[in-house]
Design a protein around this ligand. Structure first.
Ligand SMILES: [Zn+2]
Ligand SMILES: [Zn+2]
Ligand SMILES: [Zn+2]
Ligand SMILES: [Zn+2]
Ligand SMILES: [Zn+2]
Ligand SMILES: [Zn+2]
Length: 235
């Protein structure tokens, strides 16, 4: 993380997170750096060509997309060199500033990422619906960038060990048979209890896949899927 220096001290060349050499672009117009809003001279580009249309996030880069100053958008790995991130929806997330309260995350906006899209994904009840620091809650895709998840009830979840917990009072009694707490709690100070139903369905692609093994799909394909899912799950 020490590479995240100030703009003025950016080295001319570096290596991006995919291991490719990246160098600063040229040109000073803030409109030519794709969706970053930065001039190419302060953006790193690795020069790789991407065959998919999604790699450009501004919709203006020429196709096929090349991570370079002539295109505009830096690729997802190069954009991380600037302290930005690309979320799972394919949108650029930028860190918030000193204003705002971080919504339901209890984190300061400086430590969160926001894509600026109108996603109506507020979970605290007081945001205006834009994923931005003044609004508060980052959208679901942006909040994943800092290690949270949102369960199917639309509640923010934290990971403890291998489990996800939302901390909300469970709807019915827990089915575990033990005398576990009334909240979806985990082992923290907020109580002791199994994950609620919505939370227990997060982050367990392996078990979901195992259920699928009863279908007629060939075993080798299933295993390949399993291994891939497992790699993603443990990443
Ligand atoms: Zn790149
Ligand atoms: Zn673009
Ligand atoms: Zn967002
Ligand atoms: Zn909110
Ligand atoms: Zn829960
Ligand atoms: Zn329980």
């Amino acid at each position: 993380m020490w590479t995240k220096g100030r703009k003025s001290s950016l080295p001319k060349r570096t290596v991006n997170l995919a291991g490719y050499d990246a160098k600063l672009g040229t040109g000073s117009s803030p409109t030519s750096g794709g969706d970053t809003g930065l001039p190419p001279a302060s953006i790193y580009y690795c020069g790789r060509t991407f065959p998919d249309k999604k790699s450009c996030r501004c919709w203006n880069c020429p196709f096929p997309f090349v991570c370079g100053p002539k295109s505009g958008c830096p690729c997802a790995e190069c954009v991380e060199l600037l302290g930005f991130r690309v979320n799972s929806a394919g949108d650029l997330g930028k860190p918030g500033g000193s204003l705002g309260d971080g919504g339901d995350t209890a984190m300061t906006p400086q430590n969160l990422f926001y894509c600026g899209k109108w996603k109506m994904a507020c979970r605290c009840g007081t945001c205006d619906g834009q994923c931005g620091p003044l609004s508060g809650c980052p959208c679901h895709a942006c909040v994943e960038l800092v290690g949270f998840r949102v369960n199917r009830d639309g509640v923010l979840c934290r990971k403890e060990g291998e489990m996800w917990y939302c901390g909300k009072k469970r709807k019915g009694k827990c089915g575990c048979g033990e005398d576990c707490g009334e909240k979806c709690g985990g082992s923290g100070p907020r109580g002791n209890g199994c994950p609620c139903e919505a939370c227990s369905n997060i982050g367990q692609p392996i078990e979901e896949k195992l259920v699928d093994l009863t279908t007629t799909e060939s075993e080798s394909r299933q295993m390949a899927g399993l291994v891939k899912k497992f790699l993603i799950a443990t990443y």
